[in-house]
Design a protein around this ligand. Structure first.
Ligand code: NIG
Ligand code: FE
Length: 415
């Protein structure tokens, strides 16, 4: 018999399911004076605390807020090296350019598997402590067949949402031969990486890859069963969003410089607009116009873009605070975008909401409402994290887990 857990006296339970029915997240919704029951890996019941059923174990939330775990749908975690000097120079006035990626490529190629694994797990552990219970992880700093293959293999050790990003930039040894590199990416590199990957991504930007090159890579990925997503219009207007919608990509990411036609395309298609305010923070670019996208009816997700160049944050609460303060998203919109929106961007119907049948990925805040994530920026408000029904803790030793952070933490059976 699976043990049941009742979390009771929840001041505010963010469910993202107004009717309490699934499957998958709906619009933003909360219950107050609420309770939630977990059975095994799933949510079994949500409702008013006064009507909560009995359970084997009880956790008293004492008025605190409980939310779905964050779904970080865009992160680059497999890399070596440090670019703090580049960041400091940028803060002193230098612009961001895609060229900095090359220095991470050099360091990543020189690193051992053990070094890359240690860095990846450190970042994944940071994420989990800050409430991220599902995360995507891209390759893209290897850019040779063996270095990309080991990047996706390492990522697959700790998440199911692995993205092949061989088309991140053209590596130095292929300078002047973009076509040759694209053939490598869509041929042998893709073949080596596909077994470990769910997604394929391309940095579609001036200085990286154009629309035809991106299309060639992503259609080759589709032929091997990899679903497309695109880095689009990060540094300037470009063809990425239109291509994402044309290919039925799950997400167009960044969306910082959109044309009216881009906004219309996102509003009318199934492609999520994933906004990455950490990148604008870290590059001093203008923030994307979230209000314009929301007003047009586009689905907006928030993610960290955690990477050593443009956005070295693993914190979804920080991104929520930026989105609320600087992108004028409401606190409801930002929290939805960081949970249900991320689930939509990863085409997941089991996470990003809390209702019977959802995976029991949830976080408890040391605060009475989700608004505190933006109201108290920089404060570590995530008090407890459950993933697939198991309480997770950074103090416990490593062990395999069935879900995305397998190999990171053991379950703690007591609260
Ligand atoms: O999403 N835009 C491309 N890739 C990353 C930056 C990578 C880097 O600077 O190392 C991004 O911002
Ligand atoms: Fe990125």
């Amino acid at each position: 018999m699976t043990e049941s857990l009742l979390i009771t006296r929840i001041g505010e339970l963010v469910t993202n399911t107004p009717g309490g029915d699934g499957p998958g997240p709906g619009p933003f919704a909360v219950l107050t004076d609420a309770a939630l029951v977990v059975e095994g890996e799933r949510v079994a019941w949500t409702g008013l605390s006064a009507r909560a059923p009995a359970a084997d174990r009880v956790v008293d939330a004492a008025g605190r807020a409980v939310l779905p775990g964050f779904v970080d749908s865009h992160a680059h975690l497999v890399f070596a090296g440090d670019r703090s000097a580049e960041f400091a120079a940028r803060m002193a006035g230098l612009p961001y350019s895609a060229g900095g990626i090359q220095s991470t490529v050099t360091a990543t190629r020189a690193a051992t598997d053990a070094q890359l694994r240690a860095g990846l797990r450190r970042l994944a552990s940071e994420m989990l402590r800050q409430g991220t219970t599902t995360f995507e992880c891209k390759s893209g700093y290897g850019l040779t067949v063996p270095d990309e293959a080991r990047s996706v293999a390492l990522a697959a050790e700790i998440t199911t949402e692995v993205t092949f990003l061989g088309a991140h930039v053209v590596p130095a040894e292929f300078a002047g031969d973009v076509a040759g590199y694209v053939e490598l990416v869509r041929g042998p590199m893709l073949a080596a990486c596909a077994p470990y990957s769910r997604w394929a991504d391309v940095f579609c930007e001036r200085g990286a890859f154009g629309a035809d090159e991106a299309r060639a890579v992503l259609t080759a990925g589709l032929a091997r069963g990899l679903l497309p997503r695109i880095h689009a219009s990060q540094l300037g207007p470009g063809p990425g969003v239109q291509l994402a919608v044309e290919l039925g990509a799950a997400s167009a990411d960044h969306c910082t410089f959109l044309t009216g036609a881009d906004v219309d395309a996102l509003a009318s298609g199934d492609t999520v607009a994933t906004l990455l305010p950490g990148a604008e923070f870290g590059t001093r670019q203008p923030y994307p116009d979230a209000r314009r996208l929301l007003a047009a009816g586009a689905v907006v997700a928030l993610a960290t873009d955690c990477n050593p160049g443009s956005s070295y944050t693993s914190s979804m609460p920080f991104c929520i605070a930026l989105a609320v303060r600087d992108m004028r998203m409401t606190t409801d919109e930002a929290v939805w975008a960081a949970t249900a929106g991320g689930a939509r961007a990863l085409r997941r119907t089991d996470v990003g909401y809390l209702a019977p049948g959802a995976r029991a990925d949830l976080i408890m805040l040391d605060a009475p409402s989700h608004a505190h994530l933006a109201y108290r920026p920089g404060v570590p408000l995530v008090r407890a994290v459950w993933q697939a029904g198991g309480r997770v803790s950074a103090e416990t030793p490593l062990r395999h887990d069935r879900v995305s952070f397998r190999a990171l933490f053991t379950r703690k059976d007591t609260q």
